[in-house]
Design a protein around this ligand. Structure first.
Ligand code: NDP
Length: 511
């Protein structure tokens, strides 16, 4: 880390733009007088090896490239382990292994037999949940209370759910025969490493496909621990393969001629490249890309509940969530009290050590992402929006960013247009339902949205007009394996979760 950066980081320790909200009765730069004793989760349940090879054919192998890279803890910038850097020959080998496993063992296995393996994986994930939660927080920077209560339980739930479908495909698609596609190439991001793995692998395996998964370079560790779960579950070798390496390895995998299905979650820019690479082939494709969700609050909404929903919508996982409620639309007549309450609530958020059970906002996942957040926040200030950041101590080391709120935001501001993927909320106002809908839909994205009102009829009226794959009513960021998730427009296409998620991994034939 350069000296300049360290100085800049220290400067960020003081909140900006607004002083601490008046209701706290404190002066500028003073912290909220709530003391918490630290409550660190013990990390000794996790045994991190110095080095991890590729997981191909049921065993760990050295990369043909002979190269390795380092994965770090984003909250301390300390190295955690060395990871194999695959090359195109490694990808080719992994695809060949997955193809053989599809032909020889997995593709023809009766659904009830496949289900047993998925149930076993689900159970092992639950048994080893604390280990997974600690490792996820160490490698991704997310608070332990989120990895423990959301990421890991939901990951296990996906395996339980799709295990249930494995022997019922005839009922899922009545009158049709569901056949697996073959070999699936799956490229996932760093914001929910284990959960995205589960969203991808569980339906693929339940339908009878074999997979090669490429985790994000900054968060490979829980995928590599999952390799151990596959061995523990006695999954036939080659059914799940994990190949680590940079983005270009993701592209080699996607382009490989012996791949039948491509599933990608990540940025819209890379999603477009993948779309181009797959175009003209007969590979099946699903893309789950970025978002700029609108969270709309009407004047009849229960304000305190809405505040919790807004905070959860944008500060959950440091805002590094594709469906984050990053644009808040508030009906004009309640804007003032709502923003005041929001500032108070922001001032209670605890930012810091991801392994502390009190932490609400952990570390940003990587230095590049932190730089992107900083740049976009500066653009908001330069374009004339009013910034509020609560006064709170940020750790000296690691990639931390203070929860940030912008008011006076115009539709044309970059902070209202671009996906920030950080703990930054833009507040805009509206007067009528029509105006709310028009402004909310004014985005190239269409992944998710939220609406807060006491009137059921208004919920239905608004939801019908929102151009978003998921719309939450009087809640936000709720996930369930039975419920399909996915986007419109530049947020991608295809659905994950529910029966729709299974559909993405089968070829339907007439009986
Ligand atoms: P990317 O889309 O670059 O990364 C997602 C995955 O794709 C990673 O496994 C990455 O590998 C891989 N990848 C990168 N380049 C290619 C390529 N050319 N071909 C195939 N695979 C590739 O996201 P970033 O991590 O760079 O984040 C950039 C921005 O994307 C964020 O600021 C955020 O706005 C958005 N984003 C959206 C996510 C979502 O869920 N919708 C998730 C993550 C980011 P590697 O890690 O090795 O580069």
């Amino acid at each position: 880390m350069s000296k300049d950066t360290a100085i800049e980081r220290r400067e960020r320790r003081v909140g900006r733009g607004a002083d601490v909200p008046a209701s706290w009765g404190l002066g500028e730069g003073q912290a909220i007088p709530w003391e918490y004793a630290s409550a660190p989760e013990a990390r000794d349940i996790v045994d991190i090896k110095p080095r991890y090879g590729l997981f191909v054919g049921g065993k760990e192998i050295a990369p043909r490239s002979g190269e390795w890279f380092t994965t770090i803890d984003p909250s301390t910038e300390e190295p955690l382990a060395e990871i194999a850097r695959a090359n195109a020959a490694d990808v080719d080998h992994a695809v060949g292994v997955a193809r053989r496993a599809f032909r020889r063992s997995w593709g023809d296995l009766p659904g009830a037999e496949r289900a047993k393996y998925l149930f076993r994986i689900a159970r092992i994930l639950q048994e080893r949940s604390r280990e997974f939660a600690v490792l996820e927080s160490l490698n991704s920077g997310k608070p332990i209370k989120e990895s423990r209560d959301v990421d890991v339980p939901l990951s296990a739930a996906h395996f339980w759910y799709y295990a249930g479908w494995a022997d019922k495909l005839d009922y899922a698609f009545p009158g049709r025969v569901a056949k697996p596609l073959g070999v699936a190439a799956q490229v996932i991001p760093w914001n929910f490493p284990l959960l995205m793995l589960s969203w991808k692998i569980a339906p693929a395996l339940a339908a009878g496909n074999t997979v090669i998964l490429k985790p994000a370079s900054s968060t490979p560790l829980t995928a590599l621990l999952f390799a151990d779960v596959c061995r523990q579950a006695d999954l036939p070798p080659g059914v799940v393969n994990i190949v680590t390496g940079p983005g270009e390895i993701g592209m080699s995998l996607v382009r490989h001629p012996d791949v039948d299905k491509v599933a990608f979650t990540g940025s819209t820019a890379v999603g477009k490249l993948i779309g181009k690479a797959v175009a003209g082939t007969d590979k099946a494709l699903t893309l789950e890309l970025g978002g700029k969700a609108a969270n709309i609050v009407f004047d009849d909404a229960p304000l305190d509940q809405a505040i919790e929903g807004i905070v959860n919508g944008i500060f959950f996982n440091q805002g590094e969530v594709c469906c984050a409620g990053s644009r808040l639309f508030v009906q004009e007549n309640i804007a003032e009290p709502l923003v005041a309450k929001l500032k108070d609530r922001l001032s209670t958020l605890r930012v810091g050590d991801p392994l502390d059970k009190n932490t609400d906002v952990g570390a940003i996942n990587n230095a590049a992402q932190l730089a992107k957040i900083e740049e976009l926040v500066e653009s908001g200030v330069a374009e004339g929006a009013e910034i509020f950041q609560p006064a709170c101590e940020l750790p000296e080391r690691g990639f931390f960013f203070r929860p940030t709120l912008f008011t006076g935001v115009a539709q044309s501001h970059r902070i209202a247009q671009e996906e920030i993927f950080g703990p930054v909320l833009s507040v805009l106002t509206f007067r009528t339902p029509d105006e709310a809908v028009e402004k909310a839909n004014n985005t190239p994205y269409g992944l998710s949205a939220g609406v807060w009102t006491e009137k059921g009829s208004r919920i239905f009226a608004i939801v019908k007009r929102m151009r978003a794959g998921v719309v939450w009513a009087n809640t936000f960021n709720r996930f369930d394996p039975t419920s399909p998730f996915g986007g419109y427009k530049e947020s991608g296409f295809g659905r994950e979760g529910g029966m729709h998620g299974m559909h993405a991994y089968v070829r339907l034939e007439d009986r």
